[in-house]
Design a protein around this ligand. Structure first.
Ligand SMILES: N[C@@H](CCC(=O)N[C@@H](CS)C(=O)NCC(=O)O)C(=O)O
Length: 231
């Protein structure tokens, strides 16, 4: 049977980007459906009734939701160019860092949505997470968290190479410098040098523009209630 693969996503979303990159790495052909989060399609609501979020992968009519779950599904369904090591201990390491990194990105999103005390608090959390990844994930001894090639944890970390950079520019702060984060800095270089990533990176300028608007909206709403960008 021909594979019918669809991705419901948002181009600027680091969660969506992970999924696109994984499919590109593996050479899987898919159809991309961009969602307007202010006006979600009935299909999206039907495919992800629990969280109603993108990305959703639909494979031969069957939906898979949550980006890290989707990555594992992709790896198991299209085993070429594996995203996980063979060894059980190494696999647990990749899973550990994937989880840590996926938790860290929520701090970036909160940092971006808020101002004042919460903004500062979340910024500290991002610094701390980046420091721990820098020191403890084994980067420096190898090109990628997964080893010599991009793996699950590296795709999870993709936000550091793209979303973070755009948000830095909007807010006027710089997290990753070669001096302070030499390993992460070279990781970004290695990551972006990979064709499947480089050729499927949204434009930095468009991302900055997008996040500028979003930040404005968040700060306008922030005074009264937590910001949900889709309202
Ligand atoms: N944990 C989810 C997060 C996905 C997520 O937060 N998606 C956002 C866009 S970046 C979304 O769809 N938001 C719509 C909403 O919250 O209603 C994942 O890993 O897939």
């Amino acid at each position: 049977m021909e594979d019918d693969v669809k991705v419901f996503g948002l181009w600027a979303s680091p969660y969506t980007q992970r999924v696109i990159w994984a499919l590109k790495l593996k050479g899987v052909t898919y159809e991309y459906i961009g969602e307007d989060l202010a006006n979600k399609s009935n299909l999206l609501l039907q495919y992800n009734p629990i969280y109603k979020k993108v990305p959703v992968l639909v494979h031969n009519g069957k939906p898979v939701a949550e980006s890290m779950v989707i990555l594992q599904y992709i790896d198991e369904t299209w085993p070429q160019i594996p995203l996980m090591p063979q060894d059980a201990k190494e696999r647990s390491n990749v899973r550990f860092w994937s989880k840590f990194i996926d938790e860290a990105i929520t701090h970036l999103i909160e940092f971006f949505r808020y101002d004042g005390e919460k903004h500062e608090r979340e910024m500290k959390e991002i610094w701390e997470a980046l420091r721990l990844i820098e020191k403890e994930s084994g980067l420096g001894k190898k090109k990628f968290i997964g080893g010599n090639t991009i793996g699950l944890a590296d795709l999870a970390l993709g936000w550091v190479a793209h979303t973070l950079v755009a948000m830095e520019e909007v807010i006027g702060v710089k997290f990753i410098t070669a001096e302070e984060f030499p390993h992460l800095h070279s990781w970004i270089g290695n990551f972006l040098a990979t064709p499947a990533i480089k050729d499927n990176l949204p434009s930095h300028e468009l991302a900055v523009e997008y996040f500028k608007e979003k930040r404005k909206m968040c700060l306008a709403i922030f005074a009264t209630q937590p910001c949900h960008h889709h309202h």
